[in-house]
Write a protein that binds this ligand. Structure first.
Ligand code: ADP
Ligand code: MG
Length: 296
């Protein structure tokens, strides 16, 4: 393709709300035949809602939510925003102060609230932090998973105190956009740090095959997923929004960031979709193909 045609394509992309890092990106887009889609914030809205708080033992549910919410208020993760928001509503007052905040991407958050060490995150991450999980909690987790919810475990001073369940909604255009990507010859795959049940339910609703779902994937695992597909000879696009997606976006042949995403994701990507709509991903692929075919 001539530089001028590519520049025109880039300008056309900007009109569509697709920011393209450089003219070369359009050339790479043309050969893509698989697309890994991050679930939360990419296929789903990422605007989660807390649907249930369960406290076991002598801690009250409000207290579990308030303390977890106080720690999550310092995190940018969609799960964190939802928990902090629910805690603020529930408390009706300011959340307690947090010190020693630490965030583990793909795991959870830790902070000190009212002199107690609070952890909120996925069960495996809590276990890595020496929290043992009683069987009755596992039962809650299984139940929540089966209902399609994401369950976040909360521990205080090393002991489990509760489970917070959240639900996300699929973006209105996701299913149509994925159908379009398939028509363009791309194989869609779902990639998420969330649990299998939730991931499979989302995949079924948007037309992704069950065998093309990668769930419970840690941030490092996202890069490996891209590499594995590349080793199979596929040219891989990856669309994501989180800090945890950045490395995979960089590894992909074509990295696509959602405009609502974190700065790290946008920096690592080749394309940024300003409207956060998966349809624009399909448009970007179409655009590159039309730009390149007019010049031939
Ligand atoms: P996704 O791939 O869907 O964007 P992440 O990799 O960001 O998900 O997170 C994977 C899992 O790690 C989440 O489903 C959640 O269990 C846990 N997690 C990540 N960040 C947080 C957080 N700030 N608070 C609680 N749990 C978290
Ligand atoms: Mg995400």
């Amino acid at each position: 393709a001539t530089p001028t045609a590519l520049m025109t394509g880039t300008g056309r992309g900007a009109q569509l709300g697709i920011l393209i890092k450089g003219p070369q990106v359009l050339e790479d887009t043309r050969t893509v035949n698989a697309i890994l889609l991050d679930k939360t914030g990419t296929v789903t809205s990422g605007r989660l809602e807390v649907t249930d708080v369960t406290a076991l033992g002598d801690t009250h549910a409000e207290e579990v939510l308030a303390r977890a919410g106080a720690v999550e208020a310092a995190s940018e993760h969609p799960i964190a925003r939802a928990i902090a928001e629910a805690a603020k509503h529930g408390a009706g007052t300011e959340l307690p102060h947090v010190s020693n905040f630490h965030s583990a991407p793909g795991g959870g958050v830790r902070g000190v609230v009212d002199g107690a060490v609070i952890l909120a995150g996925r069960p495996g991450w809590l276990e890595n932090n020496d929290v043992s999980i009683p069987d009755d909690y596992r039962a809650i987790f299984t139940r929540q998973q089966e209902s399609g919810a994401t369950a976040i475990y909360v521990a205080q001073n090393g002991r489990m105190v509760g489970v917070i369940s959240l639900k996300d909604t699929i973006k209105e255009n996701s299913a149509a956009a994925i159908a379009k990507l398939k028509k363009l010859g791309l194989r869609p795959l779902l990639l998420t740090g969330d649990n299998k049940e939730v991931a499979q339910q989302v995949a079924a609703q948007v037309g992704i095959a069950p065998e093309d779902v990668f769930a419970d994937v840690l941030p490092e695992g996202k890069v490996d997923a891209v590499k594995r597909l590349q080793e199979q000879g596929l040219t891989v696009a990856m669309a994501g929004d989180g800090v945890n997606d950045a490395a995979a976006l960089a590894q992909a042949d074509l990295g696509i960031a959602m405009g609502s995403g974190t700065d790290v994701a946008i920096e690592a990507a080749d394309l940024t979709i300003m409207g956060n709509d998966l349809n624009q991903v399909a448009q970007a692929i179409e655009l590159s193909r039309s730009t390149l075919s007019t010049i031939k």
